[in-house]
Write a protein that binds this ligand. Structure first.
Ligand code: AMP
Length: 533
């Protein structure tokens, strides 16, 4: 992973310090970036005049001073690792990869990071699966001491960080500890891993089955779309770890062939995605059937309110939170970002005006983001009625319709598409010229993700965002993103204030600890996916 490991002494410092060489690289990169940004900014201004979309008089924004370490990291946060500046394209913003750990008593000696496999104290047969790795990945290094000591843990880390073994090895140790020499045969599962999709479940299961061969821990993958017969036979003969998607697990419980009463180690992987896909009730019901004295691990790429609520309900009141990610939320500098503050009701008319501007040829790819599937249907219908050739992807469409819409958009037969965040997640769509945010997303992270659909592969792109009174809570964060990319900040946006909620990390951890339990619930977005069972 190419990360610079800090020694254990550094771990007790309240905030991370940069290593001197890292500072030098960053300073040089910042200098180059500043120059480049100045050029981009001039070009952005010229383009902006061309498209006449707003008349902000905001002067060129100074580079937003990043008060690095600091206030952003919560009191008990301990940044344990600072990575070398990422070395992407020349316009890539300089970011630090951090591991930030928060929680009660995290500085206890027993929670010191596991910097080497030999220092982990894990049995040889359990570590067999790591033999090709040089050292524990940052998430493993931080998560293992907490998980092996029975703490509940929230991990904010993406696939690719080594998170499967970060929870997988403690899961196997949990089984070995409970089993005390007895074989799996004939017993109910002791660990459960819930995954939102079949693909992810299978991926986790492959890792766990492989890791379990040397230490005799048996795992099984349970997901829909395949025959239940072999899954039932495996369950009957006894298993240690069950990995699966919520729908099939619920089915098997209802059939009486799967009992979770002995499950005392639970992992929710991609918890945010699981809830986005409408699994909240099933997940709650499944969790309710596990042993009341259990250890819980939740991994999530983001931390929305619904995930926060789930954690509050089912986890220890003082879970440890390990965040792997960049401290600086930054947009792609190849995207000219235009933000237009307007009244909710004028968006339809304005959208049509923008399409006449950006999509006149009806040949270039334009992607319009909305928030909810009903909104997607409504906007699609309105545009159809206005004579626009448009397709959409959202959760109310069948998989067939979604695949078809996407291929029409991709092959250029219909280069105008409406999409919800959930349906568009993970899609790789080349050559999108303009992204229009008809509705502002629920988080600024999603905003950055959406606009990143354009300005790819060295090309320039345009994003045009509607911002309404309803979104005012995110104004401060948006201003920061715009300033960081040297974009024009409209006066109307500044009127909402530039306050940014205190949080542990800009990229992750949004809302955690910040939102009271009686705050209004966010709307559930359901997702008709064939992965459901
Ligand atoms: P994951 O995030 O669990 O999907 O893992 C991503 C990839 O990282 C997989 O190919 C793992 O085999 C690999 N991996 C897991 N742990 C380590 C490690 N400690 N060092 C290097 N690679 C690892």
């Amino acid at each position: 992973m190419g990360k610079k490991q800090h020694d254990a002494a550094r771990v007790s410092e309240p905030v991370a310090e940069e290593s001197p060489d890292c500072s030098a690289i960053k300073a040089e990169k910042k200098k180059m970036k500043k120059k480049k940004d100045k050029q981009n900014q001039d070009s952005a201004k010229r383009k902006l005049e061309e498209v006449e979309v707003q008349d902000s008089t905001e002067p060129k924004t100074k580079k937003n001073k990043k008060d690095k370490k600091s206030k952003k990291i919560a009191e008990e946060a301990v940044a344990v690792e600072t990575n070398d500046a990422q070395n992407g394209g020349e316009d890539e913003s300089v970011r630090d990869e951090h591991v930030v750990v928060t929680g009660k008593n995290i500085e206890d000696e027993k929670y010191a990071p596991t910097t080497t496999f030999s220092a982990s104290g894990l049995p040889k047969e359990v570590l067999e699966c790591c033999k090709s790795f040089e050292k524990p990945s940052p998430i493993q290094s931080r998560a293992w001491p907490f998980l092996l000591n029975g703490r509940d843990l929230i991990g904010i880390a993406a696939t690719g960080s080594g998170k499967t073994l970060a929870f997988g090895i403690p899961a196997m140790m949990h089984v070995l500890g409970k089993r005390k020499g007895k074989a799996s045969k004939g017993r109910n599962p002791l660990c459960l891993v819930l995954s939102p999709t079949r693909e992810l479940a299978q991926q986790i299961s492959d890792v766990m089955c492989d890791a379990g061969t040397s230490c005799g821990v048996e795992s099984i993958c349970l997901y829909g779309g395949t025959s239940k017969g072999p899954q039932i036979s495996s369950l009957k003969s006894g298993i240690d770890i069950v990995i699966g998607t919520p729908g099939r697990i619920k089915d098997l419980i209802e059939m009486g062939v799967l009992s979770l009463k002995e499950v005392s180690f639970v992992v929710l992987d991609e918890a945010d995605r699981m809830l986005d896909m409408g699994f909240e009730q099933i997940v709650r019901s499944i969790l309710g059937q596990t042993c009341s004295v259990r250890q819980m691990v939740m991994f999530s790429a983001t931390w929305p309110l619904a995930v926060h609520n789930l954690a509050q309900e089912f986890m220890d009141p003082n879970p440890v939170k390990v965040v792997i990610g960049s401290e600086d939320l930054a947009a792609n500098h190849d995207v000219m970002q235009i933000v237009e503050v307007l009244d909710d009701r004028s968006r339809d008319k304005r959208l049509v005006a923008l399409l006449e501007k950006y999509h006149k040829s009806q040949r270039n790819r334009v992607l319009v983001f909305v928030l909810y599937k009903l909104e997607a249907s409504r906007v699609e219908k309105t545009l159809h009625q206005g004579g626009w050739k448009v397709v959409s992807i959202h959760g109310d469409k069948s998989q067939y319709e979604r695949t078809k819409a996407l291929s029409l958009f991709k092959n250029g037969s219909c280069p105008l598409m409406i999409a919800t965040d959930v349906a568009a997640r993970g899609l790789d769509i080349p050559d999108v010229e303009v992204v229009i945010n008809y509705s502002f997303p629920l988080t600024t992270e999603d905003y950055v993700h959406r606009i990143g659909r354009t300005g790819r592969a060295g090309k320039k792109g345009v994003s045009h965002t509607f911002f309404t009174q309803q979104n005012k809570g995110l104004a401060g964060e948006l201003v920061n993103v715009l300033r960081e990319a040297n974009q024009i900040v409209p006066d109307d946006l500044l009127k909402f204030g530039t306050h940014v909620k205190k949080k542990e990390s800009k990229l992750y951890g949004a809302h955690f600890k910040e939102i009271s339990a009686n705050a209004p619930k966010s709307k559930k977005i359901t997702f008709d996916d064939s992965d459901e069972d």
